[in-house]
Each structure stands twice: as C-alpha cells, then as structure tokens.
Write a protein that binds this ligand. Structure first.
Ligand code: AMP
Length: 275
C-alpha cells in the first residue's frame, strides 16, 4: 500500500480514503460516493481492528463478508481495496500506540476501555501509510470524529478529515453493521432511538436550549420501549465532548448509547450544525 500511495503522489493524483471494518452498508457507501466525487483515486480499507475490541466475543461475532464487500466497492468505482491481515498492520514486536487524551475515556471509552486507543492507533497507521488528501468519516460515530480530527491536527497530518451525515434505515435506525445482530423485533423497536433524538431536536428548534430538558425528552421516549436499556444520553460540545448546560453557538449534539438484548447501539443528532 505504501508504494502505491507514493506512486499516486508522484503522479499528483488526489487520493480519497475511506477506512472501514467491512460488512458494508449504505452508510459506508455514502462515504465512498463522496470520496469518488472529491478525489482522483479512491482507496477503501477493510480491517476489523482487534485493538479496538475489548471483548473477544464482540470481535469474533463482528460480521465479515470480504467477497461481497469487494464486489460492491468495484460497483462504486473504488480503485483500491486494502484488506490487510492483522500481522501486516501489527508486525511482530509492535509496541507503539496513539492515545488522544481527555477525549478517549468519555462515553464510548467509558464502557469500552481501550477502544479509542485502538481506533487512534489504527487510523494513524492508515493515514501514515496511505497519506490521503481526504479521509472520510461518518457523523454516526461522533466521538470517533472528534478524536480523529484531534489526532490529525496534533500529529500534523495533511489529510483533510471530511465528516458526512448519518445514513438511516427507513425506520430511522442509524445504519450499522451491528444491526445485523439484532433479532427482527429488536431491530424494529430500535427505531425508538432516532424518534427520541428527533423529538428533542424538534424541541430545540422550538427554542429549548436547556440540556437537561433535552436529555429528559430523549430519556422519556426511550424508556417507554421495554426492549431498550439506556447506557447514556448526553448533550455535548462536538469539539471537546464536554457536557454542556445550555446549547449556544458552538456545535453541539445529543449523543446516546442503548442496548437491545446483547447489542449495543449508538446514535446522535446535531443541534446547531454550521452548514
Ligand atoms: P465501521 O465500518 O463501522 O468502522 O465504519 C466505517 C466508517 O463508516 C466510519 O467513519 C463510520 O462512522 C461510517 N459509518 C458507519 N455507519 C454509518 C452510517 N449509518 N452513516 C454514515 N456513516 C457511517
């Protein structure tokens, strides 16, 4: 991969890069489509990164379908699919990690210790190997977006981090490879997460700025669904991930995680996006 990216740079081709863990769905393809529009060459990586999974079972049950993924990516005009085996990413003796302070232990990091260290490390290796002009990430993983932007700034990557909106199923459920692990009833009922966030956003649009009130709207809607178990609901600043009391001018979002059976789902809604 390193030599291909060096060759592309020599040819002055712009490179758009989409990192994924495979089991691709419309959320991933929206990133690929934008990459195709913005860059001469599109590279997609597929790597289920063991270092970002604390739980072995979660890693083992994570859906994988490389053959189908590669075929779909060809349909979208992707130039290169980079699907390394683990030793290629982490050769013997591997001992260097990237840890983004302050942001990594909150929310998702609290229930998944080490998760963002794994994410930051793999993203750093990928950006350093591929050196893309643009790298595309989904707003679906809002905390990941904040952490990746921070590391790209702090480590001096020239890559522009492009963030694209969450793609949803018809019911409103945010698309996720993990949705495949839900039984049909859970999948249907999981739409409550987006309904709850949408109610809070409607209240925000009508003038509600108090974070506690907004949180309670979300909580009330989700609690009415017996299959859902709330992990957290928080109104936070997108750049610092710090909880806020009142939504002001800075970009803020409501983020949540909830369990349906064994499956943990996350979602969020931006309240005052800039564009
Ligand atoms: P993953 O394969 O889950 O690691 O996701 C790869 C990229 O796709 C990440 O930047 C995710 O945020 C993004 N992504 C996943 N689901 C969605 C979605 N429903 N809408 C938009 N982007 C998504």
């Amino acid at each position: 991969m390193f030599s291909i990216s060096r060759k592309l740079r020599r040819e002055n081709k712009t490179v758009g890069f989409v990192p994924t863990m495979g089991a691709l769905h419309a959320g991933h393809f929206s990133l690929v489509k934008e990459a195709r529009q913005m860059s001469d060459i599109v590279i997609v990586s597929i790597f289920v990164n063991p270092k970002q999974f604390g739980d072995r079972t979660d890693l083992e049950t994570y859906p994988r379908d490389l053959t189908a993924d590669a075929a779909r990516l060809a349909d979208y005009g992707v130039d290169y699919v980079f699907a390394p085996e683990t030793p290629e990413m982490y050769p013997e003796g591997f001992s260097t990690y990237v840890y983004v302070e302050n942001l990594s232990e909150l929310f998702e990091g609290a229930s998944r210790p080490g998760h963002f260290r794994g994410v930051a490390t793999v993203v750093t290796i990928l950006l350093n190997t591929i050196r893309p002009d643009f790298a595309f990430f989904g707003q679906k993983d809002a905390q990941q977006v904040t952490i990746v932007k921070r590391l790209a700034t702090d480590l001096g990557f020239e890559t522009e981090i492009v963030v694209l909106p969450t793609i949803r199923e018809e019911s409103g459920l945010a698309m996720s490879s993990r949705n495949e692990l839900l039984v049909p009833e859970e999948r249907e009922k999981a739409a409550v997460l987006f309904n709850a966030l949408s109610e809070a956003k409607a209240a925000y649009k009508k003038g509600e700025r108090n974070a506690l009130e907004l949180t309670q709207i979300v909580q009330k809607v989700i609690q009415a669904e017996p299959l859902a178990a709330i992990d957290y609901i928080a109104v936070v600043d997108q750049e610092t991930l710090q909880p806020i009391d009142k939504v002001g001018d800075k970009e803020a979002l409501i983020a949540l995680a909830a369990r349906f059976g064994k499956v943990r789902l996350i979602d969020n809604i931006l309240l005052n996006q800039k564009q």
